[in-house]
Design a protein around this ligand. Structure first.
Ligand SMILES: [Zn+2]
Length: 302
């Protein structure tokens, strides 16, 4: 059983099932030991779905809630670190897919946190909520807007393509007297164009986003999926880190390699579509206005 877990997770990341609201890809909600990344930033997500907690004297900021079913795992991680889940005052989002904002209602109910969502992705975000409820949204942000609490300031950066309003967040963390430009990337994943919301201008958006991605002076590299930034391997390194060893999450080269890799897989997907090999779906700009259609397609293709 165990030996099949890693391939299952890897395959699932590449799978359209990730876009389904109800079906959690195998292993994604498994707990992962929560840990301090650097300064006041902690990893509190699941094995694959990254959630981050900024702890400040005035309360905490949570980024990404995973699926609704991920929230108990996140809550357990926050408490394991000795923090109170109810100290979360602000919830910020990366992008409107159910594996990142599906738990927003539960976190809002448990904490009363202010829910901050990118303006462009707001309408899509509203698709994800438990039956009979509305998705909570308290504040909309645009390019360059900031969220601040207790000395921590995060800046929003539009990185459209994976979703129309995909948001990355940057901040500065300190360790041993040095400051590090910290970047929580949104998602550059365009290797399955047919399951994304194929909006007009999406291809151009992706290409501009890959250009923009290279303009950030990224030192601490984080993202919405643990596998995007090799979280498990870096966590292992952190466990055996000596006093003079660098923090493994300082990884500017890893960030650049990630951008290169996802640009390549995106362009390969575009080329496949141009040759009519895009699995017969998603070639028309008018396809898939609603997430529902993408889900329906995704569910039979895992
Ligand atoms: Zn996504």
């Amino acid at each position: 059983m165990r030996k099949f877990l890693f391939p299952a997770v890897t395959l699932a990341l590449l799978s359209p099932a990730a876009f389904s609201q109800d079906r959690v890809p195998n292993g994604w909600n498994d707990p992962f030991p929560p840990f301090k990344i650097m300064d006041n930033l902690y990893y509190v997500g699941t094995k694959e779905l990254a959630s981050f907690l900024f702890v400040t004297p005035q309360g905490d900021i949570l980024m990404n809630t995973g699926y609704a079913s991920s929230v108990p795992v996140i809550e357990g991680s926050v408490e394991k670190l000795g923090f109170k889940f109810t100290d979360i005052k602000i919830l910020i989002a990366g992008h409107a897919h159910p594996d990142h904002v599906g738990g927003d209602n539960a976190v809002k109910d448990l904490t009363g946190a202010q829910v901050v969502v990118g303006r462009v992705d707001a309408e899509k975000t509203k698709d994800f909520h438990p039956p009979g409820k509305e998705h909570p949204i308290d504040r909309l942000v645009d390019e360059g807007d900031t969220v601040s609490l207790g000395g921590t300031t995060l800046t929003a950066h539009m990185m459209p393509g994976h979703t129309r309003g995909c948001l990355a967040w940057s901040t500065t963390l300190k360790e041993n007297g040095k400051s590090y430009y910290t970047f929580i990337e949104c998602s550059l994943n365009g290797q399955f164009l047919n399951v994304l919301d194929h909006y007009p201008g999406m291809i151009d958006d992706f290409r501009n986003t890959f250009k923009k991605a290279r303009t950030f002076p990224v030192e601490v590299f984080l993202s919405s999926h643990a596998s995007f930034f090799n979280m498990a391997a870096k966590y292992e390194k952190l466990q055996t880190r000596g006093p003079n060893d660098p923090n493994p999450f300082v990884d500017p080269e890893g960030y650049k390699a990630h951008v290169d890799q996802y640009e390549k897989s995106f362009e390969a997907a575009v080329a496949r579509e141009a040759q009519g090999g895009g699995q017969g779906q998603g070639r028309g700009q008018g396809r898939g206005r609603g997430q529902g259609q993408g889900q329906a397609q995704g569910q039979d293709k895992q």
